[in-house]
Structures are given as C-alpha cells and as structure tokens.
Write a protein that binds this ligand. Structure first.
Ligand code: F6P
Length: 355
C-alpha cells in the first residue's frame, strides 16, 4: 500500500453546522499521523479549478464552534461531467493529493465514489441538517438545526399565547420530515405534517376548534418543506376562516442551517473526522462513515446511495443488480428500521399533541 503524504478535505452541498468541527478533526488527526492536509475550497468546484489552501493545526484552531464552513461549499454540476472529472483528477495529481475526505450529503458521496473509481481514494462524512442519509442514524448538523427550530418555535409560542394566535411553521429537510417531527414533539405542536406519512387536514382543523373551545390560546403546527406547494399557507387560511384562530404562516428556511453547532454536532464531527482519517490511512476507499446505535461503522458508498434511493422510492433501472442477496436483505432491513423510527415518532407527536 502506497504511503499517504497528503490528503484533501472538502465540504460540499448545503452547509451544515459542525462541518468546521469535522474539518478540524480531519486536519488534526492527519497531522498527528504525519500526513499533510490541503483544504479544497467550494467543494468539487474548487477541486476542478484548483482552489486549494494548505491547512495547519493553527488554521483550524477554535473553529469547532463556528457555523457554516471555512472551506465554503457549492453544488457543482460540472463535476458530474467527464470533462469536470478529468480536471478534478488533474488537480489531485498536480498537487500530489493522495486521497480525499468529503463532507456532505448524497450528492457529495456520488462525487466521492466517482473519484475513487478513477483511482483517488475517498471517504465520506455525512453532513446535512436533513438527517436523510438512510445508511446512518445521524448526520452532522441535524441537532443544531433542530435546536434552532425549537428556539424559533418557543419564541412563536410566547407571542401566540399572549395574543391567542396560531402559527404554521415550515421547516427545511428537503423531502425528509425528521426535523419537523422531532421539533414538533419538542415544542408541543398540535399537529405535524410530513411528506412521508398521511396527514388528515380536516381532522386537524376539527381538533383545533375543539381545543380552542376548551380554552387553549396558542396553536402551533409544524410541517416539513416536502409537503405540497402551498400546504402551509392553505392550512393557515383554513385556521383563520374555519377554526376562527388568528393565524400566521412562517417559513424558517435557511436560518435553520446557520449558527454555532451544538455539543452533539461537534462531538460527532470530531469522532467521524478522526475515524475517516483512520480509514483512509488504512488504505480503505469508497466508504461513508455511519453512526449505527451509537457506534461508528463504514459502509460502501454504492450501498449507501442505493439504500437511500430504495428508502425514498427513487430506485433507478439496474440499481439492485450489482448487490448480493445478503446486501439486498440488509437494505430492506435498513429501510424498515428508518420507516419505523419515523412512524414511532409520529405516533408520539399525535398522542402528545392531542389534548
Ligand atoms: O439539504 C439541506 C437543505 O437545506 C434542505 O433542507 C433544503 O431543501 C435545501 O438544502 C436547500 O438548498 P439550497 O441551499 O441550495 O437552497
């Protein structure tokens, strides 16, 4: 196995609080093993254009508590083309980058696997506030995003209670409802709506009327951005007109992606960053670091991408052909586990939000 002298680290896709802590961990862990680290700016865009900066221990001092990413991030279409990939490989060769640790979501891992197929070892670290990477229980940024939503919901609760109002809150998460469900439970929402599970709007309105008649003053509804366009605005209108509750709609949008990472995100980033360096220096490649039942494990990126599409009902022709029966069974078990987590949470949200 060739000795690693220099590795690259990049952050790609939507930024997530904790990315800086992951970069710091990668840098410190690699330096401790005598390996240099170069930061690749703006994700795969910077790999194509050769925007690199060498990272010393001092360069990453004190960044664990910063939101965003000091390496910047981007969603790069050119990387999906052969021409873009060729430029990226040339950057690695010209700068003697022996391997890359890529922090991001599924788009980032697709890029990482393409690089590894062309001879550049890669390891992925899951970073997305959506927590929608099926192969891992947890992705960096989720906890911070939820605490930000929770703070916003608590603020809205205060003013709603004072004025006897309702608020429909839309939260990010792309097609995934984890942020909405967990925050809905935590802030005591009267109802939670996510794309993955059925939602009975008429029953929701009927329940709000009943609660108002019993004397409840403030009403919170939490929904994920994956719900059909206009869902939150329409529900707000119905609350005003049919339930006679003075209600507003708020979309928290990108504010949920910012802010100082929580302990959970800093700690997970430190553990995952260190583990990713271990893996790459052991000569492993094309893997994503996953947390399962509190332990860190490594999963093939190809498996991670396909189980993700299986869970999201987005399988492509031929997706399943390259896997053994055993691997396919493991995918089905994983999808069932993820679904059960969501359904259990929704049961809690319904029971707790009822009275
Ligand atoms: O994946 C993270 C995320 O914030 C999603 O929750 C959201 O749907 C999307 O990114 C927004 O993307 P952009 O920042 O490109 O608008």
């Amino acid at each position: 196995m060739a000795r690693f002298r220099k590795i690259g680290v990049l952050t790609s896709g939507g930024d997530a609080p904790g990315m800086n802590a992951a970069v710091r961990a990668v840098v410190r862990s690699a330096l401790a093993r005598g390996v240099e680290v170069v930061g690749i700016c703006k994700g795969y865009t910077g790999l194509i254009s050769g925007e690199l900066r060498s990272l010393t221990s001092l360069d990453v001092a004190n960044i664990s508590g910063w939101g965003g990413t000091i390496l910047y991030s981007d969603r790069c279409d050119e990387f999906a083309t052969e021409a873009g990939m060729a430029k990226a490989i040339k950057t690695c060769k010209d700068n003697e980058i022996d391997g890359i640790i890529a922090c991001g979501g599924d788009g980032t891992f697709r890029g990482a696997t393409d690089l590894s197929m062309r001879g550049i070892p890669t390891i992925g670290i899951p970073c997305t506030i959506d927590n929608d990477i099926t192969s891992t229980d947890y992705s960096i940024g989720f906890d911070t995003a939820m605490n930000t939503v929770l703070h916003a919901a608590d603020c809205l609760r205060d003013t709603c209670e004072s004025h006897a109002r309702g608020e429909v809150i839309e939260v990010m998460g792309r097609d995934a409802g984890y942020i909405a469900i967990e925050c809905g439970i935590a802030c005591g929402a009267n109802a939670v709506a996510v794309k993955e599970l059925p939602f009975d709007e008429d029953a929701c309105i009927a329940k709000l009327i009943e609660l108002r008649e019993k004397g409840q003053r403030s009403f919170l509804i939490m929904h994920s951005e994956g719900m059909p366009k206009g869902f939150g605005e329409n529900l707000t209108e119905r609350m005003n007109k049919e339930a006679n509750i003075d209600s507003r709609f708020i979309r928290l949008a990108h504010m949920v992606r910012g802010g100082a990472p929580t302990l959970r995100d800093r700690l997970t980033a430190a553990r995952m960053g260190d583990f990713a360096v271990d893996l790459i220096l052991e000569g492993k490649s094309d893997l994503v670091v996953c947390e399962r039942d509190g332990k860190l494990v490594a999963t093939d990126i190809a498996w991670a991408l396909v189980v993700d599409r299986m869970y999201k009902n987005k399988l492509k022709d031929g997706d399943l052909e390259k896997f053994s029966e055993e691997q396919l069974d493991a995918m089905k078990v994983r999808c069932a586990e993820k679904r059960a987590v969501l359904e259990d949470l929704m049961d809690v949200a319904k029971t707790i939000g009822k009275n």
